[in-house]
Design a protein around this ligand. Sequence first.
Ligand code: FAD
Ligand code: N01
Length: 540
Amino acid sequence: MSFEQDIPEMETSIDTYDAVIVGAGFAGIYMLYELRKRGYEVKLYEAADEIGGTWQWNRYPGARCDVESMQYSYSFSDELQQEWHWTERYAPQSEILRYLHHVVNKFDLYKDIQLETRVTSLTYNEELSQWTVETNHSDRVTAKFCVLASGCLSIPRDPHFKGIEQFEGNVYSTGKWPKTTVDFSDRRVAVIGTGSSGAQCIPMIAKQASQLYVIQRTPNYVISASNKPIDNEYEKDWKSNYNQRRRQILQSQAGMFFDTENDSSIMEMTDKERFELGWKRGGFSFYTAFNGRLNDKDISGIISDCFHDKICEIVKDQNIAQALTPYDHLFGSKRPCVSAQYYETFNRDNVTLVDIRNRTIDQITPTGIQIDDEHFEVDDIVLATGFDAITGAILNINIHGRDDKALRDKWVLRPRTLLGMMISGFPNLFTITGPGSPIDLSNMIPHIEENVKWIVKAVDFLKIHEIDSIEPTIDAQNAWMDHVDMVARMNIKTTDNARYNRSSIPEKPGVAMRYTGGLHNYLKMCEQVTQDDYEKFFLL
Ligand code: FAD
Ligand code: N01
């Protein structure tokens, strides 16, 4: 007797949404809010066990924003910006994370967020004009639109140092710091990397550790933060002028408002005096002392020299001061770091600068780090070695668009987008702060908010006109990338240090990844596309 029967194939029902969003950082949270407000059915997947994105992952000591808190925040709800109280000029990570939880609670967004779920593939079905979304937990859903809010700095890059698996101590990565408190008291610690993350955590770890080795391959310019508590007057002034200032932010190159911008007294000052004023103002207010002259190479050279003098003034040992002075790029050609007491930290007896500009880390041993014939005995290693920036999170997902073409293949030579938001051959797929937009050259919150508004307008446009799909024409996309390259060639930010342009991954090609013409100009072009009724797009 056979047990085989004709069992009818089970109809597996697949949930269908208007839109799926990937990522629950600033971008995904706001995207969810806007789509929900308009009545769309939306699902958001987040790989982490908590919302917050950058501010959920980067819990290292000293992590805080370098754009002032009053401006590093959402503008979309006046009620929100009036009720929230920032405590410091630059909010610490924990406060920004608390703010994002507050936003998600206030607007009741949790119910559409699925945590601990990584989107692994997106496949476009041309007949149905919809995406099939798959995750690492075998979820399989479909959606008309997909929005990648997966972050441009969300995949930490931990270089594989030979022998690291035999290290007997702890290895921490700034970009995925544990939630539990890490105590470095009485411990010998090495921090590898002196970018923004390194510059923020080094002074903090130095205060706890018995010995700190700072392993520096390339020195950067580190502006003093001049962080301070926010006083009532300042807060009141911001809150009574919030809407006007938010508008000014959108008209600025860096996406920031500076109340010292029109200070005419600086015209009378020498460059050295201006530098001192900028240093005192701290953070990105530093720039206001030079009144927008930073694209001028001469000024960059002058500031670089003043920086050298400042480091020599603060750091007692002049050999260490020389080693901390940037040598391969002028000030302004790379995003500077902002930190408190960075250079002062190298005057501490328990801190040693290990300059490896002409050598490499040979291997990690069970008890430390071997560099040439020197062995540094340590209990803990902190990797502040950066991210697979800009394309890392997008290319981690197996994305197949029209004609089953893989994005990974399309982007082998370089990532190509229109305005950093849409990709030819990938209809109804949106990227927030994607390659080819002014990523990380300005305050990213207005950039994110404006990208979200643009996407929502496009989605509404399709709905109103009963159009199934939107996708940039290849000509429009090529023209945008040519423009990105042309602006990059004109700009000191990119001419001075080729590495500024590329992804931080050596095997990825060195091409312009960011639009360097300023947030204000970028937003004008985004607006123009909408006003032209999407003539740069195929609407099918
Ligand atoms: P993220 O906050 O990175 O969120 C992306 C989310 O997507 C992450 O939670 C990630 O887990 C999730 N994700 C990725 N892939 C998948 C997948 N396949 N499936 C499911 N989930 C996925 N910018 C400024 O303008 N000013 C600052 O002061 C500033 N400070 C910074 C400090 C640090 C330490 C870092 C690392 C960055 C900082 N930035 C700053 C840049 C910062 O990344 C942005 O300001 C902003 O927070 C980015 O928000 P986002 O939502 O686009 O991305
Ligand atoms: O990363 P980075 P990050 N051996 O790539 C070194 C934002 N952010 O996380 O320059 C030895 O800048 C590498 O050396 P080199 C901000 O947008 C903001 O610090 O390649 N060293 C470099 O020193 C920023 O731009 C804040 O020679 C190695 C460091 O690691 C972005 O995030 C705070 C190495 C990496 O620096 C990234 O900053 C934090 C190796 N094998 C982050 N590999 C704020 O303050 C790499 N390095 C708001």
